[in-house]
Structure formats: structure tokens, C-alpha cells
Design a protein around this ligand. Structure first.
Ligand SMILES: C[S@@+](CC[C@H](N)C(=O)[O-])C[C@H]1O[C@@H](n2cnc3c(N)ncnc32)[C@H](O)[C@@H]1O
Length: 432
């Protein structure tokens, strides 16, 4: 007997867009929010506005209408902020139709020093509101070497171009997956700009990655639509005198000066009096071992440290990159699995080593999260150095750490992503 098909569910009609979507508003922009958008109000409701600056009056079109907030795109600047300037990327300018603006440079219309001030405000707001931590009065977002001279351009050593159905490549539009053809990539390093195939059509590509390592020539790697992985390409990055091997498409800090800046900042953050080279020191979310090497280079040959990373290829490279330290090892694991039961399953000797440990953690944008923080604090490490690429996720984790008795002893912020809204924080935490 043929199998009976279940009766078809009546199809739900597609929800009609909210009547506000598409309407135009005049808005007074009053502040900055997380995520590269500014804050305004319309009839008491918060509207997050793209391509504006606090202090401006703009005409904007509503793109999304939720119960508690709306989103809008700036169409025209009616009263400009003194911090407004011509966008560093012509193809992302507010003078274009919002759907045709290139994404990835959402602060490019703001003077560089003021971008950093807005990033500082976002970080301070997240930390005070979510973690009840008040950064010191002199807390600022620090520029990386060379950025002021180039107005925050020429720093990206990695660029992904997306391919549209007709083979045109370019960045996605600011808030959609529409590929925008562009004639330049101002945030990219000169080496990438030179090889960028912006006028080429790629018949069967889904994306083209451009990678400019600090050693060797820049590479262009095509990923095809059939989903097959491009062949592995080992590259070398240098940080001071140290070399790191990695796969061209593996994680590496994107700004040309970021690896050096974070190495120095991690070395500076660790309190030598709290550091024990024989302890069960950890480098969580370790990539190819950049920050474990920073620890090893500061504290010498006898340093014991375990670098934990989920991507096996990166761990293989990390093992190689950390071979100078006999006490260093790299293991492939998800951090949440690695820390699970770490304290409970340890012997008394191991517990002593855990309590004496320095833990460096550098999670992805979503942060480490409750499960990881809860297990980590059960090991009671002597100090935690948290490298964060998202201030809100960091504030969430800092609140959990605070509840477990770990307070922030030092805090720095770096403008690793000029002309975008992103900011990097680096904090050292110890028990009260
Ligand atoms: C922000 S990167 C930092 C890498 C390294 N610390 C560096 O500075 O080069 C985060 C790394 O965490 C890895 N990762 C992401 N989620 C993970 C997880 N749940 N467990 C372990 N590693 C993870 C990624 O593959 C990436 O290499």
C-alpha cells in the first residue's frame, strides 16, 4: 500500500510589512549604539539610524519596524555634524542609494578621532550598564601605528570579495547580501589593492579571498560554487623576530599592525608577580598560537602553556609555532568541552597548578559565554587576560566574571578596525 502523505498544512500568507517600513522621517540623532548605528527617537520609539552621526538632523527611510525599535537608513543629511567628512570609500557614500552602498566601512564618513570617541562611548556604556564597571577617566581607544597618517585606510591584510550570480565580485552592501561592484578597496593594504580583481568576472566563484601576509607575496584564493574547499596554502606571518606559519584562509589578526599590538598588550597586561611558568597556563581560542607565544616570549623557555583551538589545521600550525617551548602544547578542542569538569576532574597537584594559572582568552565575536566562564572560574586561575573583539559580549562575560569575584585590574582599547564600528578591548582580571 502506498504510504499516505500527511495532509498539507495551509500555507501561512507572508506577513505584510509593517506600514512604517519605507516611510521617511526627519530625525534628531542623539547618540551612538552598538553595531555601527546611531540612536534617534520618533514619537518616543528608538530608531537606529545608519550613516548618521550624533548631533545631526537627517532625513531617513525606515527599513525595519519592530515593536520596541525601528531601523532606518540616512537618505539626506539636513544638519551635518562638524565631525562629518567625505566617506573614505566613494562606493559607501551617503550620497548613494542605501541599497547600493558598499558595506564594511560604516564609520568611514566620520573623522577618525571622533570614530574612536564613539567606540569609547559604546565600550563605556556596555561596561557600566551590563557589568557595573566604570572605566577610568583616561580610558581611550588607541590608534595603531600608521593609521592617523593614512586616515584609517590601507590596513586590511584580509579581504573577502563576494561573487554575484553573473560573476561580478565586490563587497556585500551594508545591510544585505547584494554584491556591490567597486573600483577600489581603500581599507585594504597596498599589496591587496594591487592584486584585487575588481574588474574580473568569475563564472563559478562564490567568493574570492585576498590575503597579504607580512612575508611573501599577496594571494588571491577562489572558492567555487560547488562548495569544494580551495587547496591549503601555507603562508608566513612575522611578529617582531618571530615567524608564524598558518593556512592562508586560517584566522590571523586582520590589521597589518594588530598581531604586534596585541602581543605587546598581552605581555604588558600580565602581572609578573601573579605569573607562574610551571602553572597550568592556558591560551583559549588560541588560533595558531600568537598569544601563547606572547606569553612564552615574555616569561621564557620554561613557560608551560596549553593553547586550545577548535580548528584542527590551526592547532597543527600552533604546535609548530610553539615548538620553542618544551612546556607548550596545542590541542584541538572546543573550549566549552575542554573546560568542562576541568576543576572537578583534577588531582590535588593539578588543582594547585590551575589556581596558579594565567589564562589568556580571545573568543570570537559572540564571547566566551556562561558555560565557559562558569567552568573557568571553578578552576580559580590567578589572573585572566581577556582579549575581546566585541565590547557587548565582553561586558556580558565581565559581568559573569564579576559575579564570581573577578574584577578588572587593567583595561585597554585598540582601534584595530578603523573606519568600521569594531573595537578591541584587552582586560586583566583577578579575584577581589
Ligand atoms: C579571535 S580568534 C583568536 C585567535 C588567536 N588568539 C589569535 O590572536 O590569533 C578566535 C579563534 O577561536 C577559534 N574558535 C572559535 N570558536 C571556538 C570554540 N568554541 N572553541 C575553540 N576555538 C574556537 C577560531 O577558530 C579562532 O581561531
Amino acid at each position: 500500500m502506498p504510504a499516505r502523505r500527511p495532509p498539507r498544512r495551509p500555507q501561512r500568507p507572508a506577513a505584510a510589512p509593517h506600514p512604517a517600513v519605507g516611510t521617511e522621517l526627519e530625525l534628531e540623532v542623539t547618540g551612538v549604539a552598538h553595531g555601527g548605528v546611531m540612536v534617534a527617537r520618533h514619537e518616543g520609539r528608538v530608531v537606529f539610524v545608519a550613516d548618521a552621526i550624533p548631533g545631526e538632523r537627517v532625513r531617513a527611510r525606515v527599513t525595519e519596524a519592530k515593536k520596541s525599535f525601528w531601523r532606518a537608513d540616512t537618505l539626506e543629511v539636513l544638519e551635518a555634524s562638524p565631525h562629518r567628512r567625505e566617506h573614505v570609500w566613494r562606493e559607501a557614500s551617503v550620497t548613494r542609494d542605501p541599497e547600493g552602498r558598499a558595506g564594511g566601512a560604516e564609520f568611514g564618513h566620520i573623522e577618525l578621532a571622533h570614530q574612536r570617541e564613539l567606540k569609547r562611548q559604546v565600550a563605556v556604556d556596555a561596561l557600566t550598564r551590563m557589568a557595573h564597571i566604570e572605566p577610568a577617566d583616561d580610558f581611550t581607544v588607541q590608534a595603531l601605528p600608521g593609521d592617523d597618517e593614512r586616515d584609517g585606510t590601507g590596513w586590511r591584510t584580509r579581504v573577502r570579495l563576494q561573487a554575484s550570480a553573473d560573476g561580478t565580485v565586490g563587497p556585500f552592501a551594508a545591510r544585505s547580501h547584494t554584491v556591490i561592484p567597486v573600483t577600489s578597496l581603500p581599507l585594504a593594504t597596498d599589496a591587496i589593492a594591487e592584486i584585487a580583481p575588481l574588474a574580473t568576472r568569475f563564472g563559478d566563484a562564490s567568493s574570492v579571498d585576498l590575503v597579504a601576509p607580512s612575508k611573501g607575496r599577496a594571494l588571491s584564493i577562489v572558492t567555487t560554487r560547488d562548495g569544494s574547499a580551495p587547496p591549503a596554502q601555507p603562508i608566513l606571518e612575522t611578529v617582531g623576530d618571530r615567524e608564524f606559519a598558518l593556512d592562508a584562509l586560517g584566522f590571523w589578526q586582520v590589521h597589518r599592525a594588530a598581531a604586534e599590538t596585541l602581543t605587546a598588550a598581552v605581555q604588558r597586561a600580565i602581572d609578573a608577580d601573579e605569573f607562574d611558568p610551571r602553572a597550568a597556563n592556558l591560551d583559549l581560542y588560541g588560533g595558531v598560537g600568537l598569544l601563547a607565544a606572547a606569553v612564552g616570549d615574555r616569561f621564557g623557555q620554561a613557560t608551560r602553556i596549553t593553547s586550545v583551538e577548535s580548528y584542527e589545521t590551526a592547532t597543527d600550525y600552533a604546535a609548530r609555532n610553539l615548538s620553542d617551548w618544551v612546556g607548550a602544547r596545542a590541542i584541538t578542542a572546543r573550549v566549552e568541552r575542554f573546560v568542562e569538569g576541568l576543576a572537578d576532574d583534577a588531582t590535588a597537584v593539578e588543582r594547585g597548578r590551575q589556581r596558579a594559572a594565567t589564562v589568556v582568552l580571545d573568543p570570537p565575536r559572540s564571547g566566551a559565554g556562561k558555560a565557559v566562564i562558569d567552568e573557568l572560574v571553578r578552576t580559580e586561575p590567578a589572573q585572566i587576560v581577556y582579549v575581546a573583539c566585541d565590547p557587548v559580549a565582553f561586558a556580558r562575560d565581565a559581568a559573569l566574571l564579576g559575579a564570581a569575584g573577578y574584577g578588572i585590574r587593567s583595561l585597554e582599547a585598540f582601534d584595530l578596525f578603523p573606519n568600521t564600528h569594531h573595537v578591541e578591548l584587552l582586560a586583566r582580571l583577578t579575584r577581589d
